[in-house]
Design a protein around this ligand. Structure first.
Ligand code: URA
Length: 230
């Protein structure tokens, strides 16, 4: 990992602040001052700021196969929550990275790493999300072009970013979108005069829902899955 990234992950400093700090010469790598923010840090090396060693927090990252009927908020008085299905200590520190509606199933990402969550969910993130969508009415011939041009959702001033669809049958399709607006998929098809009757998320960026996970089950993400979200 780059030294500036290591410092911003291990402390409260932003990447820019970390770069500035490194340039002052106060940062050492294995006791040698380093002034290049792009310097690589190996896992066996020791980073120190003004002589005090810093270490990376051990964050936790999970994927869950979210069942229907479960809400993706941390606390809810009326419905069971995704975090409530987990057997993790300090579960109050866990956050949902990209919510799903109560009736949506599939890939839910959960972490206690706020920066990682932000990278995944910020409006500037162009991380693709893939959904299997079931529609009440048959898929229109114009859908592919309308989605590629960017659908205008009710109540919004700007069109959605281009979306890509692959038709599975008359009522089912695979949809890839780059944004995560509130109820986006349901609102996109409402704008096209249709109605979503089933919605399942199978992929976020390079993270694919593990087919071994039964609804309600979860597992830690692999290092590769975690680092795929940049
Ligand atoms: N879009 C929706 O409308 N609902 C979801 O749960 C996810 C995306």
């Amino acid at each position: 990992m780059r030294l500036d990234k290591y410092i911003s992950n291990a402390t409260d400093l932003s990447r820019t602040e970390a770069k500035r700090l490194i340039k002052t010469g106060e940062v050492t790598l294995d006791d040698r001052a380093v002034v290049n923010p792009a310097q690589k840090v190996r896992p066996d090396q020791t980073v120190a700021i003004e002589g005090s060693t810093i270490t990376l927090a051990q964050h936790r990252y999970f994927m869950m196969n979210k069942p229907a009927g479960i809400v993706s908020v941390t606390k809810d008085h009326n419905n069971p929550t995704a975090i409530g299905l987990m057997y993790e200590h300090r579960s109050e520190e866990l956050q949902i990275a990209g919510r799903l509606d109560i009736d949506t199933t599939g890939l839910l990402l959960i972490t206690d790493d706020g920066q990682w969550n932000h990278r995944l969910t910020s409006p500037r993130s162009d991380c693709a999300k893939i959904y299997q969508v079931g529609l009440a009415e048959a898929i229109g011939n114009d859908y592919q072009a309308a989605l590629a041009a960017g659908v205008l959702l009710e109540g919004e001033k700007h069109r959605c970013m281009p979306a890509h669809m692959e038709q599975i049958d008359q009522h089912h399709l695979r949809l890839s979108i780059a944004e995560g607006k509130y109820h986006q998929v349901k609102r996109m098809f409402a704008a096209l005069g249709n109605h979503v009757v089933s919605l399942h998320r199978s992929q976020v960026g390079d993270i694919i829902l593990d087919p071994e996970l039964e609804p309600g089950d979860y597992r830690p993400l692999t290092e590769l899955e975690v680092s795929s979200i940049q």
